[in-house]
Design a protein around this ligand. Sequence first.
Ligand SMILES: NC(=O)C1=CN([C@@H]2O[C@H](COP(=O)(O)OP(=O)(O)OC[C@H]3O[C@@H](n4cnc5c(N)ncnc54)[C@H](OP(=O)(O)O)[C@@H]3O)[C@@H](O)[C@H]2O)C=CC1
Ligand SMILES: CC(C)=CCC[C@@H](C)[C@H]1CC=C2C3=C(CC[C@@]21C)[C@@]1(C)CC[C@H](O)C(C)(C)[C@@H]1CC3
Length: 583
Amino acid sequence: MPPVKYQRGEMVMGRWPGSSLYYEVKVLGFDSKSESYTVIYKDGTELELMEQDIKSTAGFLSRSRSRSRSPGRRRSGSRSPSRTTRGSSRKSTALGVAASTDAAPSSVKDSKMKDFEEDMLKTNANVEPTPDRNQHRYNLRRRRDDSEKKERKPNLQEDSNRNTVVSGDASTPLDFGGKIGAYFWLLFLPAWVLFMILQGDLEDPSLVNAPPPLPSLDSLWDYQSFGFVVLWIVFQALLYILPVGKLSEGMPLRTGERLKYRTNGFFALMVTALAVAIAVHEGVDLTYVYNNFLQLAVAAFLISVLLSCYCYGHSRNANSEQLALGGNSGNVAYDFFKGRELNPRIKNFDLKFFCEMRPGLIGWCLINFAMAVTEMKLHNLDSPSCSMILVNLFQLLYVLDGLWNEEAILTTMDLMHDGFGFMLAFGDLVWVPFTYTLQAFYLVNHPNPLSPPAAAAIVLLKLIGFYIFRKSNSEKNTFRKNPSDSKLSCMRTIPTATGKSLLTSGWWGVVRHPNYLGDLIMALSWSLPCGFSHILPWYYMIYFIILLVHRESRDMSECKRKYGSAWDEYCQTVPYRIIPWVY
Ligand SMILES: NC(=O)C1=CN([C@@H]2O[C@H](COP(=O)(O)OP(=O)(O)OC[C@H]3O[C@@H](n4cnc5c(N)ncnc54)[C@H](OP(=O)(O)O)[C@@H]3O)[C@@H](O)[C@H]2O)C=CC1
Ligand SMILES: CC(C)=CCC[C@@H](C)[C@H]1CC=C2C3=C(CC[C@@]21C)[C@@]1(C)CC[C@H](O)C(C)(C)[C@@H]1CC3
């Protein structure tokens, strides 16, 4: 049995799960089975922390003094953890700012708490003061009360049976149907892409039709297609590593460290467009993409499998701080699917960021363009059809916007929380370029003439969706990068114990995911140009509703875990999730 480092009653610094902030806590006990300490925060919040998430108060204070900044302060610049854009300035402790007892639930202020508060006052006397404008706000949520505590002690084995992961410092429920779900998705996703591509080739494509006959294995594999996909990825990788464009900092990791990312996506798209224009001018025939769509998709699939295997292997050398919460269940299939490591890198080359923003996203535009060229050739047109132009322009705008605001991806769920495994590798390299292009693929053989008023109405819809999407993403991104940005000075916020605040006005005060709302309206405008004859071009809309509803609920659980009662307060203030008055 390992020696117990911290004793019952001892005052220590405990890390707040999912953040790099440390708060003063009192050790209540040690569980030898799970090797975790039960600690109590100042308001009575009890958590189980692993030894690596605890530091002795003395060592911590002298270290933070010598650097003159606590982890919380390092993380949020000169701002104290729970500072927000409003409220009055007060003095508080740098390390215990969130642990003000003013607003703690009265039920937790028992005698144990009184002793504890006295202890805290003594400890706080040694802590360097930091101005805090929201000391009166208190958001740590009491996780369990004493009666619950008696019933349940943390146990790794027990948690894994319950479909939860004990990963470093938090119990994270397994997503996507857990371990069985992972096997299902690993088989279903590639099969579904194959099915849709085969459907798109049929004269009467309908997702409710019987599956088309399976092609022979021989016809799926093509050396040339494989070579082209490899070349494409290498070309994009070269553009990514060029020392051109800004080096942006990611959000702080659990260690407090911030990774750097080369955000030159827009430049990469411009260079690619130039290269494609030169290639077409030199006689390269883009109808190859349409004619070999399936073989190209299979090649991309194989590469995504190899990449996921590499990432899984790579994660074996990662330490617990580098693992994603939730991708570390111990079940090979689940971890392979979900991704174990948060930011797998080869030196400074960030695999997740690169895959999400470059080969698939830029590939999506190239494939759409190739479909427009094919339509013109097949139907002897001087220019692509109106529907094809709309689909191409709408989706190009979406990608251009994503790459122009590439830095904003650093505050998205994928970059901040998800590991990089099969789900994202396949999603980025296969799903995005070969299924998001199905509308253009469909239009090649299924023309849908549009009247000018219909086209104008669709354009208007796209612009409305785009406006909501862009405004809301920019609001959140600006706020996350610099909460005191003057552009946001009139915004209302809710402070949380982790030091971050939540916006409750602007678009984030309308619904909890205004960016999803805008995205869904845009998705509608991408399907409308294809008409209502078949369901295939509507696949994106259907998939996207499912994806975003699931993503929203994943984000809800994650935010509830991170922000506790502050999140509950946000949900009360902003009751609708995505669509006002509907959902
Ligand atoms: N086309 C496609 O296939 C897809 C597109 N998307 C788009 O990508 C974009 C990013 O989506 P996604 O990463 O899922 O989610 P978000 O960009 O909405 O990020 C969610 C995070 O935002 C923060 N947050 C939540 N509420 C607030 C608030 N009130 N104030 C401030 N911060 C808040 C939280 O993180 P924290 O507090 O830790 O900062 C939360 O975890 C969206 O526009 C989405 O539509 C997404 C998936 C697929
Ligand atoms: C079914 C399956 C394998 C799903 C995996 C999901 C991924 C396809 C998506 C998860 C989040 C994504 C984002 C974009 C593309 C799709 C994936 C990778 C995105 C890059 C598209 C462009 C946007 O402007 C965006 C940058 C906001 C967006 C970020 C999320």
